[in-house]
Design a protein around this ligand. Structure first.
Ligand SMILES: NC(=O)c1ccc[n+]([C@@H]2O[C@H](COP(=O)([O-])OP(=O)(O)OC[C@H]3O[C@@H](n4cnc5c(N)ncnc54)[C@H](OP(=O)(O)O)[C@@H]3O)[C@@H](O)[C@H]2O)c1
Length: 336
């Protein structure tokens, strides 16, 4: 029998005290059952949403992860054993499993997908071409019905989801305003991704900067919530649309975010506010992949990575993500 390693959630973390709440464990791999697939992870994806599942919140879109069980998350790597139709040894797959060196999964429950091996950097199957990219495309195109010439605001814009949202809006002929947490991120957004304006919310007055936007904001792709949502609301255009993709400013709290304080602007500006939740649209993923892949091949969609190496350092990577120390997609290379 082979051993594997996984991160176990032992208690609900306080703030960013992840090392006190999770431990790295070793266990024996179970035998692959009928209909199951065993995957050896090359990479793990770090995703802020799982921080909500670490809390005791029962009112989230996913129940709390039971204490004493493996931490949940996305993996990417080769199939090493399969007893399920459609998956064979050597296929490179992505799915929902555990923060682990191996995940033994039911392909349907884990959303397991055989990946296009022609993609030049497999890690892009997490970020630009993966669920971050799909969320951005689904949110802007399907949910918010973005149109050419509109003014689009994106928060957490230098992150995995936000950076794709900025590029989709740019590629669709929109004016793009990006919010991020450092001057370096803002420079990357304007110089590499070609957004029109980048605002550093840590050093600039976001509401005052947004007030300079001629005509107001037609579409806000929101990843953060809290103060940034309050800064955007009075600066929306009449009949503007807001898509709530994420509310990371409240993910460490058991109670979620209060507010927004400028809720009145939804009436004053006749705004539409919609939640964006990619798993509701997962079956449409192939429709999102095709245009993203075309832009990727044409050099009109790019991303960056914040990569950490080693299973031992998964919590370091997760904390970097949650503290905003990343530019681009946060991944952990767990091959060694
Ligand atoms: N709805 C869905 O289906 C779905 C799917 C995937 C992701 N998402 C959401 O998309 C958002 C981004 O996720 P991601 O995976 O792409 O991560 P990411 O943007 O690569 O990383 C998170 C970023 O959030 C920013 N941030 C962290 N704490 C913040 C705070 N308190 N206030 C303001 N900004 C903060 C940081 O950048 P700064 O430097 O800008 O602070 C950080 O880099 C999250 O809210 C996530 O839940 C939603």
């Amino acid at each position: 029998m082979t051993d594997y390693r996984y991160w176990r959630l032992n208690s609900r973390p306080e703030g960013h005290e992840y090392a006190a709440a999770l431990s790295l464990e070793t266990a024996e791999l179970q035998t692959v059952g009928d209909g199951q697939v065993l995957v050896q992870a090359d990479y793990l994806s770090m995703d802020p949403g799982v921080r909500v599942w670490m809390t005791a919140r029962e009112d989230s879109y996913s129940p709390p992860i039971p204490l004493g069980t493996p931490m949940q998350g996305q993996f990417l790597g080769p199939v090493i054993e399969s007893r399920a139709d459609g998956f064979k040894v050597g296929d490179i797959v992505r799915g929902f499993g555990h923060w682990a060196t191996h995940s033994l999964v039911d392909p349907v429950m884990s959303g397991l997908m055989v990946l296009d091996p022609s993609v030049r950097d497999l890690r892009d199957h997490f970020g630009t071409l993966g669920l971050n990219g799909w969320t951005a495309y689904c949110g802007l195109v399907d949910v918010l019905e973005l149109k050419e010439g509109e003014t689009v605001l994106v928060s957490a814009a230098a992150g995995a989801t936000g950076s794709v949202a900025c590029q989709i809006a740019r590629n669709m002929g929109c004016r793009v305003i990006a919010i991020a947490g450092s001057d370096d991120k803002c420079a990357w957004l304007t110089e590499t991704l070609g957004v029109d304006v980048a605002i550093n919310y840590k050093t600039q007055n976001v509401e005052a900067e947004l007030a300079k936007v001629d005509g107001g904001i037609d579409v806000y792709f929101e990843n953060v919530g809290g103060d940034l949502l309050d800064a955007a609301l009075p600066n929306m255009a009449m009949y503007g649309r807001i898509g709530i993709s994420g509310l990371i400013a409240g993910y460490t709290s058991d109670g979620g975010l209060p507010g927004p304080a400028r809720f009145d602007q939804i009436l004053m500006k006749r705004l539409t506010v919609k939640g964006i939740f990619l798993p509701d649209f997962l079956a449409k993923g192939v429709n999102y992949y095709a245009p993203l892949k075309q832009w990727y091949d044409e050099g009109r969609l790019t991303g960056d990575f914040d990569e950490t190496k080693g299973m031992d350092n998964v919590l370091v990577a997760f904390e970097r993500l949650m503290r905003g120390q990343n530019l681009g997609k946060v991944v952990v290379d767990v091959r060694n």
